[in-house]
Design a protein around this ligand. Structure first.
Ligand code: ADP
Length: 711
């Protein structure tokens, strides 16, 4: 459908045209026909790359034209900043765009000047509770990835946000991947449904027939022979695609080690190609990666047109690999499914493994149809390919392959009724004053998907009651004069977003004195909030540290394994995590840590991020409870976790561009404080190793800003 005639301002239509958008695609047209530019809630369920972001943008611009404010919610900080930059182009027509993903407890008053605000789910939930003055101005909220409502970790927060918005009568636009029950999602949100399988590039799904060693594409009635060279289709098919067909391939398997091994094997079979300018530039950027495995290993692979991608990679390496694949400098990319869930990285051909090792069951299991569709859907690059092809490589039979190809994704189900989610969200309702009795809490949650799906009000009332009882036992909720209220501890817990049980684990295991860093880190590693976010550590690494752990606990340097409620295996694994974090804050290099504990830099990053958040939150709790010594210790620890420095480097590392490495260099050269730095001429800073003129000038600029340096 044409852009003109929708009643949009001419300047906006021209801006869209400049961005290459001349008309609405079928999904967008249907959304507009069904009232996108009018009123009422809407759920759009459509494949990746079908143009859902523009649907969101149209609703946000429409709200702005009507004098309202729009909010766009994403699950991840990285996605929020990506969308922020996308919407930022609207500033040329006068729309003010902002982003807020920071600490949950930061004030929100200053965000009222924006017309469009991009935020993460958690941040917006905290805004809904802080109730800043501008909240009534918000007239539309777009919830991106609303199908994540079925995710056990992130789903409940979507439910609670939506319930709060429905109650306030704010317009909700939900954007969803294709799911099995889009109608149910729409009913839940009282929304008009736009559900379609339309894709900008046709997707052809096929599978490998093992006995014949050929790829069958049932919808096209065609098969393609593969040369059996190594006997491993995960190598043979991509190599055949790259060498014979000249086609770029993205290969999904579920195991990190296999992803790396395959990349190496494939590279051995490809000749070293001359390195062009574009690749040379990326390889230079890769030298900034924190570990030598990435700097040297990955770059050797990339020179042969191969790479790998998984959550263990550092952020630097990951984005370089993505860029190289997008620019077609890499012919074969081996990836774990984290890639399919996050970045938009389409390929002409996608190979999918439908088997995954399940450590809990100790054997291989088949993945869900939704997981398969998520990966297969990456095939086909808009504007480059006429069609995309996905190929299932390891189905046990044709029947199983067809189950994936012809099947629809599973329905999503709410996860709010888990004990963990309920204790967090019931506490939040009581702490914010939205509920002062079990009945009111049940009432407030009645608009959630989980409650709607459970069908039996008595069942969830019982669960809410159990949550209230637990929170009362933990001293977070009190009953006074027949109504429930949050104690000071309950209120601060709710603000920090910690699981109430994290606080009780911490309080139960708290060290005898605040100076024991490793002890504190061990306790933090045993909290439920840490365990959920931390990576798996290999069994041999854990076993190798058992004696050290027992010795240390004998000396009282870490909590003992015999304490009440402590499981020995959990205790030991938490010890390894604590050791990693301890090495990190004592300035061990990332290469050392990676070598010693067999974790990737990406794992280290997520561990320290989680640990810094928990220690920061625990510091606030101690502040409220009045234990100043522990408040100070935890606060310092959280800053050290964030920067990866010893205590003496914290002050210097507070400057931009001064990380753990440069801070230590400064100290070694006699600059111990910001004041020392301010007294030195720029030239002497610039001549230090790893500094140079640019960094020195930036340091100088900041010192002036802080009033430490005149001129
Ligand atoms: P989704 O959010 O559904 O995964 P996107 O919104 O990211 O998909 O859109 C995928 C790509 O298609 C983007 O590069 C976008 O600019 C482009 N696109 C979207 N709508 C149109 C349109 N009507 N005309 C041309 N290009 C479009």
């Amino acid at each position: 459908a044409a852009l003109r005639g929708l009643g949009l301002p001419e300047a906006y239509v021209r801006l869209l045209e400049e961005r290459g958008i001349r008309e609405l695609n079928p999904v967008q047209s249907e959304a507009v026909e069904k009232g996108l530019l009018g009123e009422g809630n809407m759920v759009v369920s459509a494949p990746t790359a079908s143009g859902k972001t523009l649907i969101a943008e149209l609703a946000l611009v429409d709200a702005w034209l009507k004098g309202g404010m729009g909010v766009y919610l994403t699950p991840l900080r990285a996605l929020a900043s990506e969308k922020y930059w996308e919407f930022k182009t609207l500033e040329s027509i006068g729309v003010k765009v902002g982003v807020s993903t920071g600490d949950y407890d930061q004030p929100a008053d200053h965000l009222g000047g924006y017309d469009i605000l991009v935020a993460t789910y958690e941040r917006f939930d905290s805004i809904l509770r802080l109730k800043p003055w501008w909240l009534p101005r918000v007239s539309v909220v777009v919830v991106d990835e609303v199908h994540m409502v079925g995710d056990p970790e992130r789903g409940p927060i979507i439910e609670v946000i939506a319930a709060r918005l429905l109650k306030r009568g704010v317009r909700v636009i939900g954007l969803s991947a294709t799911v099995g029950n889009p109608g149910e999602l729409a009913d839940w949100l009282h929304a008009t449904l736009v559900a379609t399988g339309w894709r900008p590039v046709k997707l052809v799904e096929g599978y490998l027939e093992k006995h014949e060693w050929r790829i069958v594409f049932p919808s096209e009635g065609r098969a393609e022979a593969v040369e059996e060279d190594t006997g491993d289709p995960f190598l043979d098919i991509p190599l055949h695609n790259a060498v014979e067909l000249g086609v770029q391939t993205l290969v999904f398997t579920h195991n990190r080690r296999r992803v790396e091994e395959y990349a190496e094997k494939a590279a051995q079979r490809l000749p070293m190609a001359p390195v062009g300018d574009a690749l040379a530039k990326l390889l230079r950027e890769l030298e900034e990666a924190p570990t030598s495995v990435e700097r040297d290993g990955l770059s050797e692979l990339m020179k042969r047109g191969v790479a790998f991608h998984h959550a263990g990679l550092s952020g630097v390496a990951r984005s370089i690999v993505e860029k190289a694949f997008r620019e077609r400098l890499i012919r074969i990319l081996y990836a774990t499914p984290t890639l399919a869930a996050g970045v938009n990285l389409p390929a002409r051909r996608v190979l999918v493994s439908v088997k995954r090792y399940d450590p809990a069951r100790g054997r291989k299991v088949s993945i869900s149809v939704s997981e398969y569709k998520q990966m297969a859907g990456r095939a086909g690059r808009p504007r480059f390919d006429e069609k995309g092809e996905s190929i299932i490589v390891d189905a046990s039979s044709s029947r199983e392959a067809l189950k994936y190809i012809e099947g629809s994704p599973e329905p999503v189900a709410g996860k709010l009724l888990s004990e963990r989610s309920l204790r967090i969200h019931v506490l939040s309702l009581v702490a914010s004053g939205e509920a002062s009795s079990t009945r009111e809490a049940v009432e407030a949650l009645s608009a959630t998907l989980s409650m709607k799906q459970s069908g039996d009000p008595g069942f969830y009332a019982g669960k809410v009651e159990a949550a209230v009882k637990l929170l009362t036992e933990l001293g977070m909720i009190e009953e006074a004069g027949g109504s429930l209220r949050a104690s000071a501890l309950g209120r601060i817990t709710s603000y920090t977003y910690l699981d109430p049980l994290t606080i009780s684990v911490y309080r139960g295991l708290k060290p005898p004195n605040p100076g024991l860093d490793l002890y504190l880190l061990h306790v933090v590693s045993m909290t439920p909030d840490f365990k959920r976010g931390s990576p798996y550590i290999q069994g041999r690494v854990v076993a190798g540290l058992e004696d050290v752990a027992l010795d240390m606990s004998g000396e009282g340097l870490i909590p003992g394994p015999g304490r009440a409620g402590v499981d020995y295996d959990d205790w030991l694994e938490a010890f390894v995590h604590a050791m990693i974090l301890y090495d990190w804050i004592n300035e061990a290099s990332e290469d050392e840590i990676v070598g010693k504990y067999s974790v990737g830099p990406g794992d280290l990053y997520s561990m320290r991020d989680t640990a810094a958040w928990i220690t920061h939150a625990l510091a606030r709790v101690e502040g409220v409870l009045g234990d100043i010594a522990f408040y100070r210790a935890l606060d310092k620890l959280s800053k050290r976790l964030e920067k990866g420095v010893r205590e003496d480097a914290l002050e210097l590392a507070s400057l931009r561009l001064i990380g753990r490495v440069r801070a230590r260099i400064l100290i070694e050269h006699g600059f111990k404080t910001l004041r020392d730095l301010a007294e030195a001429p720029v030239s002497s800073i610039a001549s230090l190793p790893r500094f140079g003129q640019r960094v020195a000038e930036e340091v100088e600029r900041q010192l002036r800003e802080l009033g430490l340096k005149q001129g």
